[in-house]
Design a protein around this ligand. Sequence first.
Ligand code: AMP
Length: 472
Amino acid sequence: MTFEALGLNTSILKALTDAGYTKPTPVQEQAVPAAIAGKDLLVSSQTGSGKTAAFMLPSLHRLAATEPTAAGRTPNQEMQAARARGERPRFRPAQPKMLVLTPTRELALQVTTNTDKYSVNLRRIKAVSILGGMPYPKQMQLLAKNPEILVATPGRLIDHMESGKIDFSQLEILVLDEADRMLDMGFIDDIEKIVAATPAGRQTMLFSATLDGVVGNMARRITKEPQIIQIMTAANKHENITQRVHFVDDLSHKNRLLDHLLRDESLDQAVVFTATKRDADTIADRLNIAGFSAAALHGDMHQGARNRTLDSLRRGQVKVLVATDVAARGIDVPNITHVFNYDLPKFPEDYVHRIGRTGRAGRNGQAISLVNHAEGMHVKRIERFTKQMIPVNVVEGYEPKKTGAAPRSSRPGGWKPGDNRGGAKPGQRSFSKPGAPRRDGVSGSAEGYKGPGFKANNPYNSDRPRRSYGDR
Ligand code: AMP
């Protein structure tokens, strides 16, 4: 299939050729024609599948064919014209035709950058990001240009709606990008409020890793006879990413092993995920002292600092990014060859998003989790979620001393006879066989596990959806 066959206009086709896109990805093949036909869409696909173009290309195609906003005049121009006529300028809110809601600022910026790329030959169409953390006067200037497309995080958008700066009465297209994530982050009320402010006749496209549960319920409420598209590509099954677990005895063992693995010759750039902002800072400092060019990224940093760090990463000046889950989505840097889970994520779906930072643009990647012996059940949870087993690996000279969570299996070149001190044989799983008795006597089934480390409110012991998300 070609982009021409999808029915896109020639200005967009030229932009795609210039961007080096030769053919549509599977999600684009299905979503673009349906969206051009005006259908509402519910799409389950993940970052890396080409989903941004899947909703943005048909939207640009539609916007290019519609009348310019405000009879060709921006609110800014109208105010100037009023002044020229000697009249007192009247403030007019921005009236976008398309709104894309995203969970994070990083993803919003990424969507805006891609939109600029796809709309480079559509001079009239402008996309603007409205984000928390950005100064209000700067955002007022952007809104005064009355852009056709707004890409926004929900909280800040609500602020502008409530102060009358944005009017959605002319909105034609609404996109919820990574809707599952927005709900996880507790944005449900904001989303409902925003959706209620838009015309009922709009076209709605919802993209989400899953269309089940709470997301599915919301999706059904806000769409009309949607076309459901479910994409399972190699990229979102992460078949191009080699995953492994290394067991560590303690922090010092973890730090030594991380330093060693970061010196791997095949490593170009890496992201190291930590559970806390403080650890992200501390580890970045430590790695810098050890001679790596490392930088931290987390939700306590100002947006300007976050953007500068991401630019340095994209330019290759930062080799190791040490980040909280704020970086788990939206970072698209092809040279990231390795992702490390210094701490496992709280939720299995975050594991999938984290490891998706590597293996971009059709390349291969490595995802390595450094796991304490007590965290075996967390690994099991992730395996159940991804329906993939994560092999355990041991590096010579960095073997864990404890044998309780000894290697279950190995990758070629990793485990060697003798490395496996009293643990499972290659291919054998020491703790994850449902119901199998463990060496330590604790049941191996995740459901039944109530041993050390069990907490009633531990998300790994519950399938309840998450309400709020601490570190953005
Ligand atoms: P996304 O899933 O939207 O985050 O896109 C992932 C990456 O794939 C981005 O770097 C896009 O620029 C790139 N991309 C999207 N569609 C195509 C395509 N049809 N051909 C080549 N690259 C693409």
